[in-house]
Write a protein that binds this ligand. Sequence first.
Ligand SMILES: Cc1ncc(COP(=O)(O)O)c(C=O)c1O
Length: 441
Amino acid sequence: MSAKRLNLFPITADVNRHDHLVLGGCDCAALLRKYGSPLYVFDEATIRSQCQEYMHEFKSRYRDTTAAYASKAFINKAVAQIIKEEGMGLDTVSGGEINVARAVGFDPVKVFFHGNNKSEAELNMALDWGLGRIVVDNLHELELLNRLAAGRKIKANILLRLNPGVDPHTHKHTTTGILDSKFGFPIGTGQAEEAVKKALLLKNIVLHGLHFHLGSPISETAPYKQGLEVVLKFAAAMKAKHSFTMKELSPGGGFAVRYISSAEIPPVSSYADSIVSNLIALTSKLGLPKPRLIIEPGRSIIARSGVAIYTVGSIKDIPSVRTYVCVDGGMGDNIRPALYEAKYEALLANKVNARNTRKITIAGRYCESGDILIRDIAMPEVTAGDLVAIPVCGAYCVPMSSNYNMVPHPAIVMVSAGRSRIIRRRQKYSDLMKYDISGKS
Ligand SMILES: Cc1ncc(COP(=O)(O)O)c(C=O)c1O
């Protein structure tokens, strides 16, 4: 194992006298014996420390900051409860995510509702529960929301999601702020101005501010600066032309995390420095009031806390070609390598300090050639029964999981101070047929 790999794991990661990986004070081999394999392990201390770091780095530079966790990265009741206890807001994108927030008694005023095609039922839910802000993506939604709010004799509190036309240099599947995108009102085409004009006219809409989100993960600070320049210039033009006062502004989320040891990722303080200093300088230059700043980190709050642990089964050595080490999970629980060519590293949770002596490819168990978790990684000698631990699996793995090949979802446990608790039980075969209606005619 290279020592650097251990640094990718949660902040509590350690190695015990059995040479086993320890997370949150719990021996991972023992966790797999207790809860089965594969297993997702989340470290509570890492989630809390990330929440605190984001709030500290932004609020210490700009007091009027709201940090809202982007729940699409991974939400369930246990995670929502932690986010609530840490005093953050919550960015949601569906009725399902809103319902998790409700289930843990999240303050609705701290909830933001996103999405490029929210249904009428979801908008009704947002209005009835009194969500803090609905982030309106398009004119259809704006008009529908006005009508629904009018029916209730209330006003809907909104931000407008803009498309600034800035390339954040992410994978094309996770780029959202370029002109050719399904998200937001493009500024360059004049559609954003139409939206501002309309929102100001509609009787049951209160337009509090503007929002943009460029993509994810963004491993440079420059795109945020470019996005702020475009959007703040637009805000100044809207002030001059339509007397619009931007009281709130969100540059979204997208802050990167280190997935592999060699990656250069800016610290949270650099993102905060860049966003806050540009916001202050540009608002002063353009004569705009200082808005409330809303940031929406998702991946960067939860990714490092999660570790996927698999058991090795078959090993296929193709001489002079490749050695495939097959594990009992794969694209069903982590689609990111297949979808985005995402890169990961790994170590053996039951032999952490064994020397890396060979190059292997860690393949999943699903019936797709593309089901490869890690291609060509230096690892120790591996045999059936060994435990492969992949770090930085806390974001966009579990929530994007599928039951492809009718394989049940793994169990998820939360570890903290030497104790483990199950936060989502392993699916059973009966769960997979729960919604099927008998095939008999
Ligand atoms: C509007 C919005 N905000 C925040 C996020 C969170 O991004 P990340 O998890 O990279 O921080 C996303 C992700 O797609 C998003 O669409």
